[in-house]
Write a protein that binds this ligand. Structure first.
Ligand SMILES: *[C@@H]1O[C@H](CO)[C@@H](O)[C@H](O)[C@H]1NC(C)=O
Ligand SMILES: *[C@@H]1O[C@H](CO)[C@@H](O)[C@H](O)[C@H]1NC(C)=O
Ligand SMILES: *[C@@H]1O[C@H](CO)[C@@H](O)[C@H](O)[C@H]1NC(C)=O
Ligand SMILES: *[C@@H]1O[C@H](CO)[C@@H](O)[C@H](O)[C@H]1NC(C)=O
Ligand SMILES: *[C@@H]1O[C@H](CO)[C@@H](O)[C@H](O)[C@H]1NC(C)=O
Ligand SMILES: *[C@@H]1O[C@H](CO)[C@@H](O)[C@H](O)[C@H]1NC(C)=O
Ligand SMILES: *[C@@H]1O[C@H](CO)[C@@H](O)[C@H](O)[C@H]1NC(C)=O
Length: 658
């Protein structure tokens, strides 16, 4: 009770004390880039105006304002969320967006479970009065409680997902506004079992990395009319059918107009009038299809009352079918062999936050150069601009759900462990899986969803969670494939039978050796009723001079298999990839995932070093070997099927204006 009363006293006096002493936006005093174990070629470009690009390319409005830059920060203890330090100037400077643990943050410290972040902003004077003002966060790890001018405007849980609050009623339109964000991030302390991917505060070992705490993606304001578009769900198939749902801030039915533009011009290729809140289907005649080799994207505009947004999409259909007796993934009705790196999205200077958009695209460009047509985005979610880059460059993205920590000590058995803490951890994982699919399902490049990686946090006693979760994902997004479990314990859920094996592949083959230590048994051979996939293999490494390594200690530079020279590294990698090709020729292998895009901390098995300054690949050798995978796959199934996959063959065409 006492706490609550104190809280409301602060609220009452907030707007009076605020404006005179607020830290000013754009004041970078006190911010100092830290010197981490390793930087990248982009570290020095970041400065104090990071990520200036519009952060949400699929729903873009003209009037927006970036709030990134140097903010103020204070580490606190539990129980402070009810006491926002309104009107105080917090002691330390921090760069937003960043992870507190990163050099770029200016803090570079671990273990701050609770903290306050603070900035101030003016609402641009040319924004129409009577409009709404929304505040958007790309991602805050892990829980965010947001205050504007001392008043609590909202709460969000989940370290990888975007969220928006309408703050209009809390703002001064003609003065300075104070923004305070309370962040709580337990990562894997205590018995917390929440989606964290590879972050850890407590474990050592080769495959666990520095955690990320805080506001690690762009924060921004936008101005919208009183009635506005809150979400745009859109799937465009190879048959030219567009299935669109516009969600509106008003609950009553209202109309909108959607236009797909001709390539390279503002002229309409197709326009439809639809009603918000439920699917609307219309046809675009003979669109150029999107494929990894030819990633054509069409501009789209949507007008809803006086709200207008720009967007885009490619036309393609993802499905599965039997070709020459083998279950295959199909793109636009044809078997598409997919060749992907395991891509973790870690950076030595920014940890989870890539230093710049150019740096983020650089990884994708280097992969494209040698012929990768897919990406397994491994137990992390990237900023929206990453998925736009994948759409533009032509990658099929296998998006993993960020995993729970693998297991916890068993309270009943000091030598044992439990995979899942309990029903609350499961329920929160399920909820966040829904957020993942809702957030990314309208990007053209998304090809498949992965629910579990290697049994991490996956309950292993019946009822097996991957069955209802596969149904959940299919109900939220019927247009993609589902990889229910990538590696380890498989009970036949989903569209893939995915084997992990290092260093050699065992893809769609009758022989699978048991790997890992799961308690509930394995398939020991490929299950022909699903698509055969090598979800991880390779992991061939090479130790590096200390100026390119995270650890100045060779004993901590490790891999599944180490080579001594770059020449040896190329030889061993290509040997493994040639084995995969032989399995494409002989067995039911439909895709391979090579570990991995870059070195990450102590794992030195990247195609590139962690700082991206060394590219280990012999480009000619890799390009020709990768091409030989596609050629081998084409020989096994170059027949095409009628396009009947999920998301295509749409019935009930609405009125169409072309
Ligand atoms: C910038 O912030 C510092 C530290 O809070 C403060 O001392 C200084 O007066 C500010 N400068 C301006 C121009 O606001
Ligand atoms: C700011 O706007 C409020 C109404 O929102 C008004 O009462 C106040 O006089 C304005 N102040 C200035 C300095 O224009
Ligand atoms: C889409 O619109 C953007 C911005 O107007 C333009 O730069 C781009 O060329 C357009 N793309 C196509 C395919 O027309
Ligand atoms: C430990 O044992 C208790 C009592 O049998 C049981 O209720 C509880 O579920 C067990 N905990 C785990 C994690 O198995
Ligand atoms: C690497 O070099 C060391 C020292 O010459 C040797 O002992 C080791 O066998 C070599 N390892 C490989 C994989 O060639
Ligand atoms: C298509 O497959 C047949 C065998 O089914 C093969 O003879 C032919 O060379 C393949 N075509 C291409 C372009 O790979
Ligand atoms: C259109 O999309 C919605 C949402 O994904 C889906 O439920 C519906 O089945 C789709 N309609 C058709 C005809 O595919």
């Amino acid at each position: 009770m006492r706490a609550l009363r104190a809280f409301s006293t602060i609220l009452a006096s907030a707007s009076i004390v605020a404006s005179a002493i607020l830290p000013r936006q754009g004041n970078s005093t006190g911010y100092q880039l830290q010197t981490g174990p390793l930087d990248t070629p982009w570290t020095a470009d970041v400065g104090t105006n990071p990520w200036p690009e519009h952060p949400r390319p699929r729903v873009e409005r003209a009037q927006w304002k970036n709030l990134n830059g140097v903010w103020r920060w204070r580490s606190v203890t539990a129980g402070q969320v009810e006491f926002p330090p309104t009107g105080q100037i917090l002691e330390r400077s921090v760069l937003i967006p960043s992870c507190l643990e990163s050099a770029l943050s200016g803090i570079m410290e671990r273990g701050h479970l609770y903290s306050w972040f603070q900035t101030s902003f003016d609402v641009p004077s040319d924004w129409p009065t009577g409009n709404r003002v929304l505040i958007n966060f790309g991602a805050v790890d892990y829980e965010a409680t947001v205050f504007v001018n001392g008043k609590r405007v909202g709460f969000h849980r989940g370290g990888y997902f975007e969220f928006t609050f309408d703050v209009t009623d809390y703002l001064s339109m003609n003065g300075t506004n104070e923004l305070l964000v309370h962040v709580f991030d337990p990562t894997d302390t205590g018995r917390y079992q929440i989606p964290i991917g590879k972050q850890t505060l407590t474990r050592g070992g080769m495959i666990w990395y520095t955690p990320c705490t805080g506001i690690w993606q762009t924060v921004w304001l936008e101005s919208t009319p009183a009635v506005y578009i809150t979400k745009l769900d859109l799937a465009a198939g190879a048959d030219g059918n567009v299935n669109v749902t516009v969600h509106s801030s008003t609950n009553s039915f209202s109309t909108y107009e959607i236009t797909v533009h001709e390539l390279g011009s503002d002229i309409a290729k197709a326009t439809a009038l639809c009603i918000s809140g439920s699917p609307c289907i219309f046809k675009v005649r003979s669109p150029d299809l999107w494929t990894p080799d030819s990633p054509t994207l069409y501009n789209i505009t949507v007008t809803h009352g006086s709200d207008s947004i720009s967007s885009y999409s490619g036309f393609r259909t993802i499905s599965r079918g039997v070709i020459d007796g083998v279950e295959r993934p199909l793109l636009n009705g044809r078997f598409e062999f997919f060749w992907s790196p395991l891509d973790q999205g870690f950076w030595p200077d920014g940890i989870y936050t890539p230093p710049t958009v150019e740096a983020m695209r650089y990884d994708l460009e280097k992969l494209k150069e040698v012929g990768f047509n897919a990406i397994r985005k491994h137990i992390k979610v990237e900023p929206a601009l990453y998925y736009k880059a994948a759409d533009e460059l032509g990658f099929l993205v296998i998006q993993d759900m960020p995993s729970l920590r693998p297991d916890l000590p068993d309270p009943n058995n000091s030598c044992g462990s439990v995979r899942l803490e309990g029903p609350d951890a499961q329920a929160e994982f399920n909820r966040q899986l829904g957020l993942l699919v809702e957030q990314l399902k309208s990007y053209t490049s998304i090809f498949a969803w992965t629910i579990y990686n290697e049994e991490w946090g996956q309950a292993t006693k019946p009822p097996f969670p991957e069955f209802p979760l596969t149904d959940l994902v299919r109900s939220l997004d019927p247009t993609r494939l589902v990889n229910a479990v990538s590696g380890w314990t498989d009970h036949t859920a989903g569209d893939f039978d995915d084997n992990h094996h290092y260093s050699t592949p065992q893809c769609g083959s009758p022989f699978w050796s048991v790997q890992g230590s799961g308690p509930s048994g394995y398939n020991s051979a490929y299950d022909p009723s699903r698509i055969g996939l090598q979800g991880e293999f390779g992991g061939v490494g090479q130790q590096l001079p200390f100026e390119h390594a995270w650890f100045d200690d060779l004993a901590r530079q490790t891999a599944y298999e180490l080579t001594n020279t770059t020449e040896e590294w190329n030889y061993r990698c290509i040997q493994n990839i040639v084995q995969l090709r032989e399995q494409i020729e002989r067995y039911a292998c439909s895709g391979g995932v090579w570990t991995q895009t870059t070195d990450v901390e102590g794992e030195v098995n990247g195609l590139m070093s962690y700082d991206r300054r060394i590219n280990r690949m012999d480009k000619g050798l890799w390009s020709s070997t990768i091409q030989s995978l596609y050629d081998a796959a084409a020989k096994r199934g170059n027949g095409s099927m009628a396009i009947t996959g999920r998301g295509a063959g749409l019935d009930g065409l609405q009125e169409v204006f072309t």
